[in-house]
Design a protein around this ligand. Sequence first.
Ligand code: VG1
Ligand code: CO
Length: 549
Amino acid sequence: MNTDTLNVSTVESKPFDDQRPGTSGLRKSVKEFQQPHYLENFIQSIFDCLATCVGKTLVLGGDGRYYNRQAIQIILRMAAANGFQRVMVGCGGILSTPATSCVIRKYQADCGIILSASHNPGGPKGDFGVKFNIENGGPAPEKVTEAIFKRSKEITQYKILQSADLDIDKIGTQPLGNLTVEVIDSVADHQQLLESVFDFDQIQALLTSGKFRMCFDALHAVTGPYAHAIYENRLGAPSGTVRSGIPLEDFGGGHPDPNLVYAHELVEIMFAKNAPDFGAASDGDGDRNMILGNNFFVTPSDSLAIMTANHRLIPRYKDGIHGVARSMPTSKAADRVAEKLKVSCFETPTGWKFFGNLLDARLASLCGEESFGTGADHIREKDGSWSVLYWLNILAARKESVEQIVREHWLTFGRNYYSRHDYEEVESERAHAVVDGLRAQLSGLKGRKFGQDEIEFGDDFSYTDPVDSSISDKQGVRINFTDGSRIVLRLSGTGTHGATIRLYLERFEPDRLRQNRQTQEALADLIDIADELGQIRKLTGRDKPTVIT
Ligand code: VG1
Ligand code: CO
């Protein structure tokens, strides 16, 4: 078909000034996204930042939240009008973030768009979001997101095809103008990749042994179909193993964030008498994970360290790993393992986009963040299903309980007590006052003593990418103590209301006799020091954090 004969409209539009992507894409309330031209402007800004759209392949999907389907139809029409050759779209508009990364890589697509605000609540009154991924399958790096933001401030028009909605619930190929729209199975490619990483036979033997019970909570978000297909249908776990497995537009009214506070139904099951042996949950778009044992919680930082220490049990890593990478606020538990294994350990700013170069350059194989995110070099996103299977593979190989494995890890490497305190929806000015106040003190902190604790140094984390030498500064205030303990404070880049202060606390405990304390109690002194230095309670007017994880 000749483009002249296509029904392409060029729509006049005015720029919005608030389309700067945050830690992970552009996130706004559904209401903001539904303003006339808002979504279209941002999508056109993405397309305008590609050298060309002509002849390119785009992967498109989302976590099923409210506005997902409408947005997909808009983006398909815009892709057709902008000259894309092919769009691969997840059936029903469903593609988890890790599955999108997998599909981009497998079919050598040029880029991907994931419609998700990840762990933020959904529904008409909730949030919506757009993540843009590049050809390596990973989140666009800062130089790309900044270019998109710049473009969004100049944009005056966008292109869209006038056409009826496409049927995205039927697998197969259909034309849309000159564009070929291919509706693909949401699960198959990702599942196949995961089968090549893990020992599925060993995991299947565990799940069908009758002696091991698992409970997975999809929180009515995107991982339901993946969990049904992989844990129940493929690996033989009894039906009912997957809870809340049907994706709902409002996630059933819940907060699709897999932590002890928001995944409370799973937590109640796992901390009851006769609890299952293994529990897990994922977030809205399927890249996060929470790991629980019978009456036991594994911190994400410990999970990364334990995965690293046990990598030889996983078929893909039986011959070794290149290295491990963690975001700066993540505890240093993985560093101790890396040191012992004599592999490199990298400390990056918050957000998965910083791991992409390390994975591409084969400097790191495993990556993790304290925010319930772990993943590896099989794709370029964190991966909830991968993390659950990694644990199942370890459990199947070691034939010990989750708690035994974690406690044994602490005995060998020491325990990093760790917690994050979030102060959500603080007035922006007040939140910035806390950060600015801390920054102003940094140069004078060295040598200051608080009881037993002495500050070794304080700084504002700056990262130089070892591969392309790009610099990202002001990535969070770090206060390090001489015994390895740390206080870290930064502002969230994913919230949509006011500002969220994240305070991260870590104390290293090598003494085997002191590894069984309550986390908040073990961190109490650091919590007090953080408040004394940061004046958090006074400046925010809050007497306690909103969420403690
Ligand atoms: C948070 C987490 C960060 C994570 C990001 C995206 O960012 O702290 O570790 O990479 O969310 O995760 P922030 O800026 O709010 O602290 V996801 O699962 O929402 O894509
Ligand atoms: Co997510």
